[in-house]
Every structure is written in C-alpha cells, then in structure tokens.
Design a protein. Sequence first.
Lengths: 330, 250
Amino acid sequence: MSNKTLFAALVALLVLVPLVPGLIYPIFVMKVMAYGLFACAFNLLLGFTGLVSFAHAAFLGTAGYVTGALMIRFGAHPLGVPAAFAAGVAAAALVGFAIGGLAIRRRGIYFAMITLALSQIVYFLAVQFRWTGGEDGLQGIPRGTLLGLVDLSSDTAMYYVALALFAAGFLFIDRVVHSPFGQILQAVRDNEARAVSLGYDAARFQLLAFVLSAALAGYAGALKALVFGLVSLNDVSLHTSTEVVLMTLLGGVGTLFGPLVGAALVVGLQNYLATIGDLVTVVIGLIFILCVSFFRRGVVGEWLHWRHRRAARAARPLPEPEHPPVAEAA
Amino acid sequence: MPDTALETRGLTKAFGGFRAVRGLDLKVRRHAIHALIGPNGAGKTTVFNLLTKVHVPTEGQILYEGADITREASAAIARRGLVRSFQISAIFPNLSVRDNVRVALQRRLGTQFQFWRSGRTLTVLDEEAMRLLAEVGLAEAADARAADLSYGRKRTLEIATTLALDPPFLLLDEPTQGMAIEDVDRIKRLIRRIARGRTILMVEHNMSVVADLCDTITVLQRGEILAEGPYAAVSTDPAVRAAYLGGGHA
C-alpha cells in the first residue's frame, strides 16, 4: 500500500469521527491532528535534514499568539480566519529565518544549543509583551466564520476545517520530501561534504528546510490556537520543544507517518491517563526509555524495517559478480 | 589558451607552527594524468584539501584555467568543474544507487530549491543515470540502497556520481586504496577511460597504478617538491629513491 492510499484511508476514517457520536471525542482528534502536524514539521528537519532543533515551540507559539491576537481583534471579519492564519504562519517563518540563520553557522550540539538559547528569548518576549497576555496567555480567542460562510464555533464545522487543513499540511510535507529540493536535502543529510563537492551549498538547503519546518510548526500552532481558543506560555516553552522530539522519536524519525503515530500516542496518554496526574510524565518517560532501548527506529520505523527485511528475504539475494563488467579501454 | 589547467603559486599551509605545505609551485597540464606521491605526511592530502577549499591557504595562489580561485568556496569550485573524489567512500548511504547518481545530475536542471515540485520531474534524468551506472557496471544494482553495496562497489558508485557532473578536472584521492587486486585493475581501466578529454590529478600509493597511468609525477617531501617528471625519470632519481622508494622498487 502506498503512502498516498494509506493517508487517504486515514482521512476517510477521520471523516467518520463526528458522524459516530460517542466513539471518540472530536476535540481530542483535533488536538492529535495539530500535534501530529507539529511533529511532522519537526521531522522534516530532524528526519530529512538531519538537524536537531530545540526551538520548535517558539514557532508553534509565535504563530499561535499572532493568529490568536488577530482573531481577537478582527475575528468577525469574513476574511479574518484565513488572514490571521496566514499571518501566524508568516510570523513563524520569519522567526524561523532569524533563528535558523544564526544557528546554521554551527554544527551538531552547538546548532541545537543555539536554537535552544534563541527560543528562550522568544519565551521571554512572550512573558514581557502586553499583546501576548504575559503569564495569562491569550484566552477566549474566537473561531470566527470562515469567509463569512461557515460558523466555526460549531465543533463539527471546526472539525472538518481542521481535517482539511491537516490533510493539506501533511500532503505538503510529503511533496517537499519528494520534491527536487527534498532529494538534495536528503543527500546533504546523508553526506554533507559530498553534497558540497557536487556543487550544492549545504547551508542554503538547511536554512530553507529550517524555514519551511518553522512555517509548518507555525501552521500547526495557528490551527491549535483556533481550535482551543487559547494560547499559553506552555506553547512557547522548552517543555513543548522536547515533547515534539519525543513524539517524533517514538513514532519513527525520518518516516512520513511516524510523527503522526508518536503524536497520537503522547497526546492519547496525556489525555486518557490525566486522572493519574503527574504520574503521566513517569509513564511517558518509561515508554521513551523502552523506545530508545528496544525499538530505536520508533513504532513506524520498526514496522517498515521488519517489512523491508521480510521483502529482502523473499527476493533472491542480489548476486555480486566477481568481476563486474567494465568496458575495456580502447 | 594556455596549456596549464591548474597552477599553484607559492602555496603554503601552516597548522600552528607546522608547515604542511611550503611554497608549492605546481603546474598540471591540460588533459594529463598527473600523480602526487610522497611518503606519509608529505602533504599530499593537505594539497588536495587546499585545492578544494577544505582548508584555506596561509599563503600563495591557486589558479584554475587562468582564474584566481584562492578565495572561492568549495561548492563554487565544484561548479567550475574542479571535482574531487574522496579518500573514504563518499556516497549517500540512505539513497538508492540510482538516486546517488541522480543527485549529481540534478544540478543542471536548476530546480534544486523547488520544494513545491513533484519528484516525478526528476525522472527525465533516469536514462542518463542508468547509462552512467552501466558504464561502471552497476546497472543491475540501481534500486539497491547504496549502504548495502560492497566496499569496492561503493567506490565505483562514487566514480559514477563524479562522472555525472562531467567535470573537466578530476581530483582523485587514492582511488584504489583498500581494494583487492582485481578491483585495482578494474579501476585502472576505468580511470584511463574517463581520462579522455579530462585532466586528472591524483594522490596514489599504489606504484603500479602510478607507473601505468600517469604522464607526470610530482614527488612531495615535507611539503615541498622533491622531483617531477615521467615515472621513468622520477623512479631513477637518486634523491627520490633515497627519500621515498627506498630499496626494492625499480
């Protein structure tokens, strides 16, 4: 089954959610979709570019704040939703350009540390600014009406709009990964020195990937703000930046569906184990330890690996000719 | 048009107090196969690193086809057609064998920053990628993951990738290092074939490869030129025999 068919099946299932009341809570599914997109955006950087960022909460949060603040002021306008959404994504991309542009000059752990330090500045600004609501965050963000036609205050209407946005975001990431740009990106990830020797400026590819990833994290943040009507300091905190690392690794880094599965697992555990309070953190921590000890490829990664090995065993092993044919010199 | 493809003038590289390359004046004739040899630590790899801008020269100039490229970046030099093949096998392990070659071919499409385009726009390159793979004898492995190839075949893939750029100037860093004897012969034939219409500068330890392939040999010692000329002349030079070839090599 190809990725596209699998995704179509998933969307078809998700379409059914509001039609079968009591099966699963649509708000919960929207939360999973927002975090799933967030993790996919992060994975574009970690899995397909090979860069570890601890700044992704800054992008999620920035877009949330911008979208939320604009909705509070202009939410009643027919174009309020798309405009606020677009502004949020653009703001995240700009912050991504600033943070990525500075961090890209360093490699490995130094790169990660610079992203962490700069994202703390964003957190500090979110506390200080008045328009972000400081400690209170933004509350009571209206969902508005989409183009003056669809009233999003209905959860069902919001759900289908969220599903459409989710599908579009996921397909966009799939397109980026398989685009001419994505091909070079993976080459840079695999062997940066070699990619440079073939004439590609590695840093420019990494920076564009960083900005795209930041914009997509912002896309998830704008969606989340709209769905919950709420943006808090937690959205720009280091905790959120590490949570997305966890989701991606748990699901399977460098796979298209892994981050979705990881996000569903983490959000699901937080939701359904909420009754045990702070112990959720312990449970998630234990699962993470199990993951890095026994299934490092993550849930989806291990499954793909198992299938790959089974297929390889089924196929006749590729014979290695002792003297591969090479045309003789004239 | 001058006869020299690549020239260094007074090229010097110091690492702290240690001068790995000292005032090197090297001229590589166009369409020659030129070898850089010398005992370990003579500065051969440093010279390669200077030419491909992995290191920045402390002093001196590098001219490629008459243009001063001393201050240019690595990727820019590759775009000029001065392409390096690495000492360690330089492949993209998680891409398929075909995609490895395609990545090199892709630059000419000029779409490398287009993240919104379908990957299907790259299939126009498949035919040429397959032709290059067939040329080096890797066609039947096109769909394999590059990481799953044997060592010798990884090096062959790397050469196919380098050829995909159709570079007028090739820098080969120990092309036969770590290879079995039958693979060495194969690479030798391959180099002779790809040398047509190209200039090649190589670092190589295997004297039989150097003797069979190279028109000009430059012997380095402690970062300086000890001798230069065809194999017959260099191999009988008393200074070279004393410093490098020692006894036993004729």
